[in-house]
Design a binder for this molecule. Structure first.
Ligand SMILES: Nc1ncnc2c1ncn2[C@@H]1O[C@H](COP(=O)(O)OP(=O)(O)OP(=O)(O)O)[C@@H](O)[C@H]1O
Ligand SMILES: [Mg+2]
Length: 353
């Protein structure tokens, strides 16, 4: 329904959009997520025909936005980052004007304007001057102008920016309402927002598309890094023996549990293994109390940071992680050697008896 092919935008030497390719299908809420300066507004401005691309093309329902702008634009309603509101007009005057600009047939205009005002709940303020409205209400007027004509696709650039929490909740529920009949694409640099509202997320960083999937799949993308943490009451030896009897564990790091006679273990399961039930059963069979069992979930935030942080920052984090793992391995080896030599000493003592 929307195809973005090989899109490039250069501002002088600066590459703001770097060969973007993606497709938007009907009937879902798409989130365009990226840090400040990632290229979200630039891409949306190109998709809606407000800005020309340096290279590439945008096809809306089969119409190229450059070659058939009227047909393509008819399918889209756009709420730009800074909506072009005429502050000295009343809400109604402004929306009538927008309907005229959008070439809505005269006899349908009144109905369209009223429907859009009802949908975004501004009917009661229709005779007020836009300049006297609160930011939240102005944003609603921006929404109303985007949906006049009821286009199939509604594109919203940071629709909740600058709003208070109550207004944010209202605007989000409005977006969900719109999505019942329209395809919605919204941009945001707030992860929680796209996670809550969107069915599909496109993550963009430095003009490049670095991931695109459902929120659930993006989280699973990094599920390899999931760990299970346990706290057990018993000696380290006992706990270790029990842990070693559980299949599906790639790595185990032991440390003091903080409380008397407790051991904390951070377990990394083999890829895809769910070790929680086996752990529970093994500890209960061995009569060793399991005081805590906790699975750390990879959050979308981890994915987002991983994908949008500079490569050096990610490499640093990885180096730090490797270093910690190596140290843990070294400690484990030392401990095993100590345990071995203790056992050998014990055996000798035994034989001499
Ligand atoms: N008119 C312009 N001239 C020069 N550079 C620009 C222009 N507009 C945007 N840029 C640059 O292009 C890059 C992408 O900007 P864009 O506004 O698309 O990012 P964004 O993802 O919308 O960011 P934000 O979250 O801050 O709105 C930035 O580095 C920005 O400085
Ligand atoms: Mg922007």
């Amino acid at each position: 329904m929307i195809e973005v092919r090989n899109l490039v935008k250069r501002y002088g030497n600066h590459l703001a959009v770097d060969h973007l390719n993606f497709t938007v299908d009907t009937g879902q809420i798409y989130g365009f997520l990226g840090p400040n300066g990632a290229g979200k507004s630039t891409t949306m401005n190109i998709m809606t025909g407000y800005l020309g691309a340096t290279e590439g093309e945008v096809i809306i329902n089969g119409h190229n936005i450059l070659e058939e702008p009227e047909e393509a634009k008819r399918c889209i309603g756009y709420l730009p980052e800074m909506p072009p509101l005429y502050l000295d007009m009343t809400v109604r005057e402004y929306l009538d004007f927008v309907a005229e600009l959008k070439k809505i047939p005269k006899k349908e205009r009144k109905e369209q304007v009223e429907q859009s005002m009802l949908l975004v709940k501004i009917f009661d303020v229709q005779h007020r001057l836009i300049k006297n409205l609160s930011k939240g209400y102005r944003q609603r007027v921006g929404f109303a102008q985007a949906i006049i004509g009821f286009p199939e696709i509604i594109i919203l650039d940071e629709p909740t920016v600058g709003l208070d929490p109550k207004q944010i909740i209202e605007i989000r529920s409005l977006i969900r309402e719109l999505a019942k009949k329209h395809t919605v694409i919204l941009s945001s640099h707030i992860l929680a927002e796209v996670q809550e509202v969107c069915d599909y997320i496109l993550i963009i960083s430095q003009g490049r598309l670095v991931a695109s999937d459902t929120p659930e799949n993006l989280e699973n993308l990094m599920s390899d890094q999931q760990t299970v943490e346990i706290l057990a009451r018993g000696s380290r030896d006992t706990v270790k023996k029990i842990v070693n009897s559980v299949p599906g564990i790639r790595q185990a790091a032991y440390e003091d549990g903080g409380e008397k006679q407790t051991v904390k273990v951070v377990l990394t399961p083999k890829s895809g293994a769910d070790i929680r039930e086996s752990l529970f059963t093994a500890f209960s069979k061995a009569d060793c109390p399991l005081l805590m069992l906790y699975q750390s979930r990879t959050t979308l935030e981890d994915v987002f940071l991983e994908l949008t942080q500079g490569s050096s920052a990610v490499a640093n984090r990885k180096r730090q992680k490797k270093k910690t793992e190596r140290e843990e391995e070294r400690k484990e080896k030392e401990l095993e050697l100590m345990e071995e030599s203790e056992r050998e000493g014990g055996d000798r003592d035994g034989s001499s008896l």
